[in-house]
Design a protein around this ligand. Structure first.
Ligand code: 7RM
Length: 655
């Protein structure tokens, strides 16, 4: 059963509904344009004005911006002093927001809890004192491996309060992935819970941390939150209970005076090569930019309930569940569950329960829910919704139309927000109320952001011509580096196009000046909106004794967007079999986490390589998609052994 609606073509422009425009922050394209032009022409004045208006500073900056991208040096609000937790909490206590809900928590089984700004402030101050008592000092790294519970934002804000740098590890990651991250940033404390509950399933978080922390000298303390009361080991002298330490903690804790460029957090993200990189974000610019984008793009009003369905373990949760909304004084919903448990109407039931006004999710969730059928929506009251958002991957126009008609009832603008872990906040998105939308288009740059589409180092693309999306100059929430690896920072982002930040995405600009993203141009696969590096999955495969060489590509998947397809060459003595396939798939899951699980493994005797030894993934991708016609695989003349291509086509679907 599917509601009748006109499917938009990609050329259609949809004006924001009148009722929305009336109350919107920005009401016309001209207003946007004027402000945008000012933001790029008078860059420093613009940001100075915003920083003064939006953020509370202990001491004002000496200079707005100082940078040299050729050296990877980026400074915003030089010598300015502030504290992020002060801005997210304390300052609201002096206003009408003191008793407003800061966080509404909805548990996996429908339990719920609300924290007002005042209560949240108290919890954060207490936990900040717990951290201090465990020996955490300004500049120390704290790893956080928690489910989606209110204590997660409490832990983040407590770190920010005392100047510790948090590094959140998504609670779906394996012990090996935890270990890599904890070692890379040398975290001396890990915060976790006994177990997590998600979609009715229990995951042994503390066990995973125990495995990761075995023989890890850097880790001095593990703070354990009780979530399920499941059976776990507590190591004498190392492990302490969250609730016991909280009982002893004072609820007064002065916020540490931080420099605008002091690190706020490290978040690991996948790239085309090697292990995940520790993306480093700092204090002043990040806070200002996430707060401002929250206010303009989500257009939050004081009595709105705002819900971003991402996990806080990813950047979307950092910026748009915690820091942006709380700095704005909004009510932010933290949801522990999944879209389809116990039934595929879980999201809509939560929207109905809390009368959610602003709803921000990922195309992968929308595809799954659209597929489940509209009967799951028909009996739900979604009339509170005012604005819808999407993030994580390109949204196909059919899904966009469904979102617009079936979920938004034609009265909610859709903001398709493009950004990355590295950008800290949204760089390209419609401003609802001011920018007519177009299915599939992220549309226009946010204030102060100057995107360009390049053909090569010296040439820009023409209208409608796809090229490399780069950003001219920095913006306040740009990453400041790759933790502990300046060279990698330079090589990955700043060397390819000198003077510009390279995003790794392809895009074009159409005749309306609207940006449309076309996908990654590197070897990064986007699985359900999560980034997976091909190199990471390949190294997990070759870790297994049965595999000598592996090549991984992304294949289209109707729910996940892209799925992982792995070609493997087996070691001597191993036979191609269905059991071995299963073994390898499980091995990848155990070594990285469930999101990295390949859809299929294809055993081959050779891989298509150029004479210089580079794997031609283009060919592997096409064969994985089902192409059997050799003439449609493009140029294969540079291959060292062209016969390999026939072999790969012949063995598809077999062992
Ligand atoms: C926020 C986030 C970043 C990559 C990025 C893109 C893709 C994200 C969109 C999108 C098309 C969008 N951070 N991406 N948003 N592609 N339209 N609106 O997702 O670091 O995890 O991923 O995701 O390829 O480079 S991320």
């Amino acid at each position: 059963m599917c509601a009748e609606f006109k499917e938009f073509s990609e050329k259609d422009k949809i004006n924001p509904p009148k009722e929305f425009v009336e109350k919107a922050n920005l009401k016309s394209y001209d207003e946007y344009k004027k402000m945008y032009e000012d933001s790029v022409k008078n860059r420093e004045d613009f940001w100075a004005r915003m920083a003064e208006e939006k953020v509370d500073w202990f001491k004002k900056w000496d200079k707005v911006n100082e940078e040299d991208l050729s050296k990877g040096e980026i400074n915003w609000f030089v010598n300015g002093k502030l504290n992020v937790s002060y801005n997210c909490l304390d300052r609201h206590l002096k206003t009408h927001r003191r008793n407003k809900a800061a966080i509404i928590w909805e548990g996996d089984e429908g339990e719920s809890k609300t924290y007002t700004y005042q209560q949240l402030h108290q919890e954060v101050c207490k936990f900040a004192n717990v951290l201090k008592a465990q020996g955490v000092k300004k500049g120390d790294r704290v790893a956080i491996y928690l489910p989606m519970v209110p204590e997660l934002p409490v832990a983040m804000l407590a770190c920010a309060r005392i100047g510790a740098i948090h590094s959140i590890i998504f609670a779906g990651f394996s012990p090996d992935s935890i270990k890599d991250r904890v070692l890379d940033c040398e975290a001396k404390v890990i915060i976790t819970s006994d177990e997590s509950v998600r979609g009715g399933k229990i995951v042994p978080l503390k066990d995973n941390v125990d495995k990761a922390a075995e023989n890890l000298d850097v880790v001095e303390k593990i703070i354990v939150l009780e979530r399920t009361s499941g059976d776990i080991n507590m190591k004498e002298g190392r492990d302490v209970w969250w609730h016991e330490e909280m009982k002893k903690a004072d609820d007064k804790c002065e916020p540490e005076e931080m420099d605008a460029e002091d690190p706020l957090f490290i978040l690991y993200t996948s790239g085309s090569t090697g292990k995940p990189k520790g993306v480093l974000h700092t204090t002043g610019g990040y806070l200002l930019y996430t707060q401002m984008t929250t206010e303009y793009i989500f257009d939050i009003k004081d009595d709105d309930v705002y819900w971003c369905t991402a996990d806080i373990g990813w950047i979307t949760g950092h910026s748009y569940i915690v820091y942006g909304p709380l700095a704005s004084g909004a009510t932010t919903l933290v949801f522990e569950g999944v879209p389809t448990y116990p039934e595929p109407d879980r999201f809509w039931q939560v929207v109905e329960k809390y009368k959610v006004n602003i709803f921000y999710t990922a195309p992968t969730a929308l595809r799954a829910l659209k597929k489940a059928g509209d009967e799951w929506i028909e009996n739900r009251d979604l009339s509170s919704l005012r604005l819808l958002g999407t993030v994580g991957e390109p949204i196909n126009p059919e899904v966009w139309s469904w979102y617009h008609y079936v979920i938004g009832q034609e009265k909610c603008p859709i903001v398709d927000t493009w950004w990355q872990t590295e950008t800290g906040g949204i760089l390209i998105s419609p401003i609802p109320g001011a920018i007519p939308t177009k299915p599939g288009y992220a549309t226009v740059p946010f204030f102060g952001v100057e995107p360009l589409i390049l053909k090569d180092e010296n040439n820009e693309c023409d209208t409608n011509e796809t090229g490399f999306l780069v950003i001219n100059k920095s913006w306040p929430s740009m990453l400041r580096g790759v933790y502990g690896d300046h060279e990698r920072f330079m090589n990955t982002y700043l060397k390819a196009f000198p003077g510009y930040y390279m995003t790794g995405d392809g895009a074009f600009v159409d005749e309306d000046g609207y940006v449309r993203l076309t996908g990654r141009i590197d070897d990064v696969i986007n699985v359900s909106g999560h980034r997976m590096g091909t190199a990471e999955v390949e190294s997990a495969l070759v870790e297994h004794d049965a595999v000598v060489e592996a090549a991984v590509v992304g294949v289209p998947h109707d729910v996940k967007g892209e799925g992982i397809y792995a070609y493997c060459i087996l070691s001597e003595g191993y036979d191609k079999s269905g059991d071995l396939k299963k073994d390898l798939i499980n091995h990848v899951r155990d070594s990285i986490g469930p999101i990295a699980k390949p859809e299929d493994i294809h055993f081959v005797d050779g891989l298509p390589k150029t004479r210089s030894g580079k794997i031609m993934r283009r060919i592997l991708r096409k064969v994985a998609e089902g192409e059997t016609d050799k003439s449609k695989l493009g140029d294969t003349t540079t291959l060292a052994e062209p016969e390999v291509v026939d072999h790969i086509i012949d063995t598809k679907g077999k062992f």
